[in-house]
Ligand binder design. Sequence first.
Ligand code: B1M
Length: 211
Amino acid sequence: MNNFSTIANAIYDGDQNTVVAQTKLAIEEGNTALEILEKGLMAGMDHVGKDFKAGDLFIPEVLVASRAMQAGMELLKPLLVSQKIKSPGKVILGTVKGDLHDIGKNLVSIMLQGAGFEVIDLGVDVSKETFLDAIVTHKPDLLGLSSLLTTTMPQMPEIIDAIQQAGLRDQVKIMVGGAPLNEKYAQTIGADGYAQNSSIAVEKAKELMSI
Ligand code: B1M
């Protein structure tokens, strides 16, 4: 049985129990974690995004849908990160200050871990000072910045400038991502790379590590 649409609909309805039950079923039926993620969970969240934009859904519904999505992701995470391989590098990840969106960032984190990267996730609403401290403390190979709002995108060049000012810019590669961004913006603000989604984020991270 194809239960991807059941999962997508349950995400839309914020029905966490159905998302969990159907995701478990889809795993048992032998679907790959990536397939369940893309055709089920992400398809549901896409629908939420469209209706939220159109004014047919409101914040409380979007929040409940997000929680259902996170519950499904928890089940897929062990499958996506199961293969144990030598770490290609250390990544610090965070959503920039003023921005509370973390579903995409969490997916990027899961996929990077799946590719063997060591990921230190600073969470959401992360200030440039916190990013700087983390770079000094953890000495990552890569810094990943996420922003979902046009109002928080300008945090990114500020963070990059602060890293430059602190003399740390040549110690760390910087990758940016999030729905309102694009390649041109990444270049303009002096990032080393931009990724449109979590799979491309893994490819880009490897490219930046010269793997
Ligand atoms: Co908000 N929100 N939201 N929201 N929200 C958007 C982003 C919005 C586009 C909705 C819309 O109007 N269509 C809009 C932004 C408009 C804009 O700025 N252009 C918006 C708004 C306006 C807001 C509020 C301001 C609403 C309000 O209060 N009036 C408010 C802001 C709160 C804040 O952050 N300060 C707000 C709040 C929320 C919730 C809290 C309710 C919830 C977030 C819950 C959470 O994240 N824990 C929420 C949600 C869920 C959304 C939508 C519906 C879905 C986002 C999502 O999770 N997508 C979103 C609409 C949409 O995007 N279609 C919307 C699924 C996820 C897998 O995709 O996050 O794009 P995405 O991540 C992708 C890529 O972008 C990329 O890879 C990911 C995986 O493929 N990527 C990276 C992301 N980060 C990356 C980093 C990388 C590389 C790739 O390298 C480091």
